[in-house]
Design a protein around this ligand. Structure first.
Ligand code: FE2
Length: 192
């Protein structure tokens, strides 16, 4: 299930302020900080081995709509799986707080990942699942966790290739938050 947890970070120690699980509520809360969140029907009949072109073709109507609305120039598909040889390195890459000069949009065709978006004295932790689309506006501090056993396929939309460079803030804030593995364990414990 998709989930949004809003934390306060006023005194360094993250404190949960609110939790939302319905797509409509998540979208409404994120709209307050100008983050776009949409639930799409990820119902294309794609198997695991689907090529980048097949994935893009399956969602081309929605992709075209976003490209026109936001002026995206290009699109690609990123896929991660637990046997990926570079998974640790790739995970570490975006696990620290950073900003981009252009905004990023991801649509989860499959699997899941967590975006942590830092605005003022709050952090918005968004557990994205199959069917979720999320944007991170330009200049917003954020980080991303795919977990130690990453499994997701996401469509990425770009306004330009250069905008993709991550500028790290050197704030260790990410280390004070539960990572994806910890959230998973917590959820399992709750489910009994
Ligand atoms: Fe990023």
């Amino acid at each position: 299930m998709s989930e949004l947890r809003i934390y306060s970070v006023e005194h360094d120690q993250p404190r949960v302020l609110a939790v939302y699980e319905h797509g409509k509520d998540i979208a409404a809360e994120l709209a307050h900080i100008e983050v776009l969140f949409e639930r799409w029907e990820a119902n294309a009949d794609l198997d695991e081995e689907a090529s980048q072109d097949e994935v893009i073709e399956a969602y081309h109507e929605s992709i075209d709509r976003l490209m026109q609305k936001y002026g995206f120039q290009s699109v690609d598909v990123v896929a991660m799986h637990p046997e990926h040889p570079g998974k640790e390195e790739l995970r570490k890459k975006f696990l620290n707080e950073h900003v981009h000069s252009e905004f990023e949009v991801r649509f989860f065709v499959d699997g899941s990942g967590i975006f942590y978006i830092h605005r003022d004295d709050k952090v918005y932790v968004v557990h994205c699942k199959r069917g979720d689309l999320i944007s991170v506006p330009a200049g917003y501090k954020h980080w991303f966790d795919m977990g130690s056993e990453p499994s997701f396929k996401a469509i990425r939309l770009f306004t330009s290739a250069e905008g993709w460079v991550a500028n790290f803030t050197d704030d260790p804030i990410a280390s004070r938050f539960p990572n994806m593995d910890e959230f998973k364990r917590e959820r399992l414990a709750r489910a009994g």
